[in-house]
Ligand binder design. Structure first.
Ligand code: RIB
Length: 317
């Protein structure tokens, strides 16, 4: 078994991205002025972000057949990601995300998980040896909860760090058993409020601190709230919040910025950085990722993040 720094229990989607002027009204049709078919999936995106930061990444995933499955396998091969625990179901459809990007750079996404919905605890158990070889185990809510629970239980038994990107926000609650298995949770403001059972429109600093405290009380080790262009904030039990401003960068589209944040954070943790330092790194990586179309195109390499952090050109805002 080759050395692995982090394992991602991952979703894989092909992103069908149409650029339209503004959010569609119910029943409305708009002509798109650009269309792309690009790699996506929150898990695969985070894995690629981590690999570009120099981490040796292993995937646990389930994908479908046809050219969309081949697209994922080819991509992971090019990115140097260990895909030995990617199971292929040739007769099944692949995950597909229908994405609308608006002229202001914002987007909305509908995900059909396809073969990814069949990823099970058994698939995770089959990758036990790879989990034992890594330092950080990560997942998102785009994969079935059973698979994440199994991976995080094993990680806890083996003394590995766990990182959960709770996206998309789960409709129901979470099993009590999951909370204490999460070392680091990386919600955006809406996901944080949903997880804490608060009104998602309450995104002011005080509401956010209350929501983070509620999740820490359930056993989560640390909560890092991602705030898009406004940066991020780290909450830990018994410590003052630590906020970082976002970097002032040109934005083309923000698809995958949260995944880049989580992947770069996991990679930095696997290098042994402490959470504030890893968060600083992830904040810069996420800023660089919005410079081009699609989730993975502009995901930066390690040297690009270092250059941004060293430069006075792109000051935090
Ligand atoms: O976070 C962005 C991702 O969400 C897209 O790549 C899409 O596949 C959806 O999973």
């Amino acid at each position: 078994m080759p050395e692995i720094d982090l394992v991602c229990v991952a979703s894989w989607n092909v992103d069908l991205i149409a650029h339209v002027a503004s959010p569609l009204l119910r029943g409305q049709t708009q002509m798109a002025h650009r269309f792309d078919r690009l790699p996506g999936g929150k898990g695969s995106n985070a894995a690629i972000a981590a690999a570009r930061q120099g981490a040796r990444v292993g995937l646990i995933a389930r994908i479908g057949g046809d050219d969309m499955g081949r697209m994922g396998l080819d991509l992971w091969h090019r990115e140097g990601i260990d895909a030995r625990h990617v199971v292929q179901a040739p007769q099944e459809a692949n995950g597909t995300a229908l994405i609308l990007v608006f002229d202001d750079g914002d987007n909305s996404i509908a995900v059909y998980p396809g073969a990814g919905a069949g990823l099970s605890a058994g698939h995770v158990l089959a990758a036990r040896e790879m989990l034992a070889a890594c330092r950080v185990v990560m997942a998102s809510f785009e994969v079935p909860l059973d698979a994440t629970l199994q991976a995080f239980s094993l990680a806890r038994q083996m003394g590995r760090f766990t990182l959960l990107n709770p996206a998309p926000a789960p409709a129901g609650g979470l099993p009590d058993a999951l909370w204490p298995l999460i070392d680091v949770l990386t919600p955006n403001a809406g996901e944080l409020a949903a997880l804490a059972g608060l009104d998602p429109s309450l995104t002011d600093a005080q509401s956010q601190a209350l929501a983070a405290a509620a999740l820490l009380a359930r056993g989560v080790g640390a909560v890092i709230v991602t705030r898009g262009s406004k940066g991020c904030c780290l909450y830990r039990p018994g410590q003052a919040p630590l906020a970082l401003l976002g970097h002032a960068v040109p934005v083309t589209d923000t698809i995958g910025a949260g995944d880049t944040f989580s992947g770069a954070l996991a990679a930095a943790m696997s290098r042994g950085l402490d959470l504030p330092a890893a968060m600083r790194w992830a904040n810069a990586a996420a800023a660089l990722s919005v410079a081009s179309h699609g989730a993975v195109t502009a995901m930066p390499k390690l040297a690009q993040v270092q250059a941004l952090l060293n430069s006075g050109l792109s000051a935090p805002r």
